[in-house]
Design a binder for this molecule. Structure first.
Ligand code: M6P
Ligand code: ZN
Length: 189
């Protein structure tokens, strides 16, 4: 139970936070989120790291905050750019703040009325995720996409609701050398 104020060091170049809990997400952890994920993960024979999460999480008590960084590699699965799983907060009416640290990404947002927004996130951008909006980040750059996040410690992560909808209503792909935001053919409106 953390009760005392503390500091940790964040390396802005690598996004690493010393002493933080590290979660590594590989393609095998989320292949079915990508349209061609299963084929790619079975045929390529490698299981690439998609992103790492360095998180300082605290007991899920009201008023406590979790914070950290996501460090996402550049790359695509088929034509889709690397992305996070995407989630609502289990405690729906909790928000989140992102700060771009390095690289360039898109923040996909979708609420329960199926409204969709897409925000660009890069170094120095602050993105506010209001309560009730599911969020997924996508690396559309040539290098790592790194951002800081902070959210209420009791928010929780609801991945299931996203899976049940077949993902977000849009996917981010490279098509003929251009970054395109297209309708997700698997989305269940
Ligand atoms: C952000 C935060 C974290 C989240 C991470 C990865 O950094 O929202 O809470 O875990 O993105 O996103 P996901 O959990 O959807 O894979
Ligand atoms: Zn969140």
């Amino acid at each position: 139970m953390i009760k005392n104020p503390y500091t940790v060091n964040l390396d802005p170049e690598s996004g690493k936070i010393e002493g933080a809990k590290l979660t590594i997400r590989r393609l095998s952890d989320m292949a079915d989120l990508y349209l061609e994920g299963k084929e790619v993960s079975l045929s390529s024979g490698v299981d690439p790291i998609i992103y790492e999460i360095y998180e300082c999480s605290h007991p899920s008590l009201e008023g406590d905050m979790n914070f950290g960084t996501t460090v996402m590699r550049p790359g695509k699965v088929g034509k889709e750019f690397y992305m996070t799983k995407g989630h609502f907060h289990s405690k729906l009416h909790t928000g989140e703040l992102y700060q771009g640290l390095k690289g360039i990404g898109l923040l996909l947002l979708q609420n329960q009325d199926k409204e969709f927004k897409c925000l660009k996130l890069s170094e120095g951008t602050l993105a506010y995720i209001p309560p009730g909006w599911a969020h997924r980040s996508v690396n559309i750059g040539e290098g790592p996409f790194i951002y800081f996040f902070i959210y209420p410690a009791d928010a929780g992560h609801d991945y299931e609701s996203i899976m049940k909808m077949g993902g977000f209503c849009k996917i981010v792909v490279e098509d003929q050398g251009k970054i395109k935001i297209q309708d997700n053919p698997r989305f269940k409106a």
